[in-house]
Design a protein around this ligand. Sequence first.
Ligand code: PBG
Length: 332
Amino acid sequence: MFTNRYFPATRMRRMRRDDFSRRLMRENVLTCNDLIYPVFVLEGQGREQAVTSMPGVVRQSLDKLLYTAEEALQLGIPMLSLFPVIETGKDNSGEEAFNPDGLVPTVVRELKTRFPELGIMTDLALDPYTVHGQDGILDDSGYVLNDETTEILVQQGLCHAAAGVDVLGPSDMMDGRIGAIRSALEDEGFIHTKILAYSAKYASAFYGPFRDAVGSAANLGKADKYTYQMDPANLDEALYEVAMDLEEGADMVMIKPGMPYLDVIRRVKDHFKVPTYAYQVSGEYAMLKAAFQNGWLDEEKCMLESLLAFKRAGADGILTYFAMDVARLLKR
Ligand code: PBG
């Protein structure tokens, strides 16, 4: 009989044989507490639109979103992340971003009034508000201006904080914006407003369906975001970004996209040991969903496995368009 240092004394399959021992040795678990649900909000009333490139995902006006929020709360999902579809008021400077009567502050006020226990996060970036679809304001050459954009992001952050948002999610990748937003929040007395920094946000092609969903794809055209989002080739740079965002006052950090960047999550979690989140982005959702629809992959199993992988990589939570489906599944 074959033997080595371990075998046959050790047979790994012994522990895998029975359901009880598999459960006992399970190292990671996915619960509804790990989920953040990104939602697309429309202006107006009584409106709901399907997002073609994200089957099962809709854009909803506030009245319809209230039902979604109520179900999310009942399912035990801790937080929603709001993404506005801005149809009127886009310009070159993105000033609609800090209109106190704009779509996002209005939706935040209503959600926090109706469902105070449900966490609400908003995205800080100018891309839904600019005619060119970039996350900031441009100089004559088309370069996204850092410090000028940061000033607007600060206004946007204060405007959302005043509306009662729980968590600000700067997704713009301007340098120094976390510090600028944090000190403005402190100055204005918003000491409880949390910041979940999109610290390591890569210039990824997996954001395509999201840009369809918020309607920035057409505005952006063939332009890219390479001068501010990170190069997918880089890993050490992500640690540098996270270090700075923490120093500037971030409470939580995010790695984005998700599945192709699990190595980044692990490195960040091991190094900083702070609350670390992953964004399973629109393109990841779209590719899985397409395979489910074709019957090529098992929907429930692959959904759960893809999210469990984030827990194994060290993430404390995941922004995912599967949040509601997964929470319903976990409840069964
Ligand atoms: C915009 C923003 C993007 C996403 C979240 N916030 C797109 C981008 O940077 O172009 C992508 C989310 C997704 O793909 O699901 N600041």
